[in-house]
Design a protein around this ligand. Structure first.
Ligand SMILES: Cc1cc2nc3c(=O)[nH]c(=O)nc-3n(C[C@H](O)[C@H](O)[C@H](O)COP(=O)(O)O)c2cc1C
Length: 177
């Protein structure tokens, strides 16, 4: 996959704090999804937009997980700190950690706030055990007029334990797709 001549935006959500990794909770000092986002920004000479919520998610995995679950069950759209214009971009690479087998609800806040007609969205995620799960279906529902490509997912633990290999996997994915 090659976005030559296209204007690319990397819009991503990433949580800094505890997550589940190899059967245990670990505290990350940088987000897995953010690590990939920064790599892609360089690769595609793209601008970055970090999707951040006004209400900061707790560092504690259990607490964060409970809030994320409640938000999903109630179909909430958490308020964002700021938004960005997508005007002028051809491609939006949308990055997120898999949360409760889908996208964090803040990603839906972002998607709901824009008209993606005529835009291409390439989703990618980092996950621990469930792969993409429902994420691409839920993105499709949120922006039915976008040209939604099938994206990739990568094991989060791999990103924070073998970053070079994980980034090489990402590069290979773009060569092969
Ligand atoms: C609230 C929460 C819910 C999660 N739910 C899932 C899940 O349903 N499936 C999964 O494979 N991983 C799940 N994970 C693990 C994250 O997707 C994984 O650790 C990811 O790489 C974290 O990315 P980040 O550092 O960019 O936030 C969850 C993590 C958190 C904090």
């Amino acid at each position: 996959m090659n976005f030559e001549g296209k204007k690319v935006l990397i819009a991503y959500f990433s949580h800094i704090g505890e997550t589940f990794s190899n059967g245990d909770t670990v505290e990350l000092t940088k987000g897995n999804t953010e690590t990939i986002a920064k790599h892609l920004a360089k690769k595609f000479n793209a601008n970055m937009f970090k999707i951040e919520t006004k209400q900061i998610y707790p560092v504690d995995y259990k607490q964060c997980s409970e809030i994320a679950k409640q938000e999903q069950e109630s179909n909430i759209r958490p308020e964002l700190v700021k938004n960005c214009s997508i005007e002028g971009y051809d491609v939006i690479i949308l990055g997120f950690p898999c949360w409760w087998r889908s996208v964090p609800m803040a990603v839906l806040t972002f998607l709901d706030s824009h008209d993606f007609t005529g835009k291409t969205i390439l989703p990618y995620s980092t996950h621990e055990w469930s792969g993409k799960a429902n994420s691409e279906t839920d993105i499709r529902r949120a922006c039915p007029t976008a040209n939604l490509l099938e994206g990739f997912t990568i094991h989060g633990t791999w990103v924070n334990t073998s970053e070079d290999k994980a980034l090489a996997f990402v590069d290979k994915w773009f060569e092969e797709n």
